[in-house]
Design a binder for this molecule. Sequence first.
Ligand code: NAD
Ligand code: WQD
Length: 337
Amino acid sequence: MKKVIVTGGAGFIGSHTVVELAAAGYAPVIVDDLRNSEERALTGLAALLGRAPVVHRVDCGDEQAMREVLEAEGEVHGVIHFAADKAVGESVAHPTKYYRNNIGSLAVLLELMRQRGIRSMVFSSSCTVYGEPKELPVDETAPDRNAASPYGFTKVACEQLLRDEVSASPMLKAVLLRYFNPIGAHPSGLIGELPRGVPNNLVPYVSQAAAGLRDRLIIHGADYDTADGTCVRDYIHVVDLAKAHVTALDWMGQRPAPLCEAFNLGTGRGNSVLEVVRTFEAVNGVPVPHAIGPRRAGDVESVFADTRRSAEVLGWRARLTLADALRDAWNWQRRLG
Ligand code: NAD
Ligand code: WQD
């Protein structure tokens, strides 16, 4: 079986990807120091995999520790690099933390991949590289210098580093996956998102408000130039997203190096904040207490993906609906208590 290093594999998107990799016949090897995840993600993974996942609890930006991991694992087919800090607001307050971890860890991994002859990397990028797009839906050729936060700029810089490294190492293949808004949880309810403290993101907040853990959701502005005045995003089920990583690895495996390609991962549909709230209430039969508040600084009005390239070139498209994702998010929230 082909071994795949999954940095950040105990996190939200990484854990779902580990499940899909194993189902597709790859052997996932998690590298995660659990700085933003919990033991229960590994317990959930063990239940889903039918065995304990292989985990190295190390900082993937620690070159010596990472070298030892790769030496211990022997032949490695590729690396999926999820590990990063991802809180936009925190990145504004602590930019060095973000530049150091997000860019530093990628640099370490690429250095070691070059030394060890590991040829394939799948990188977690984000629609944040598009900032406020001029045209919708946004395609992969849109200018990528608009990222509105230090976090966003780390993704722009990492993408550039990957392009430069592929130019320098003709044996290397890289796929840059630009996620739109990942939501939901595994339908089993065994793994899902584990936000720390007060959630920043919409769907975890909606779930906690429905569960009575928060008084009410504050909708950040209803005076945008959209159908109902609230912001529009492309919400994608995390299981669809996870499957795209397997598709990307398979796709790269059939192509020669050098290769560096970016793909949008979204549904291609935009939904407003109010649509998310109403769909959650309808599909789960629970009220979501909410009120309209002021706009949130830095929010983009509307963004959703042009998915033609990922469908036509990669052969991947989202299958699950917003309702599926919100049902699975609520199922997960109820298990969390
Ligand atoms: P997450 O925080 O749930 O998972 C990231 C995991 O990486 C965590 O388990 C954390 O402990 C680990 N980690 C971080 N730095 C590490 C390091 N140096 N060494 C070892 N482990 C480390 O986040 P997620 O939502 O699963 O996001 C995964 C990736 O996808 C990130 O790169 C993120 O920027 C990107 N992304 C996320 C979203 C989103 O909305 N969730 C959207 C676009 C892109
Ligand atoms: C969605 C919508 C909010 C919370 C962020 C990052 C982006 C990417 C995905 C990593 C917005 C509204 C939210 C609340 C609300 N991450 N909202 N009340 O901002 O689209 O993207 O996560 O790459 O880089 O910026 O996601 O879930 O925070 O917000 O009204 O309590 O929900 O204003 O319109 P966002 P989000």
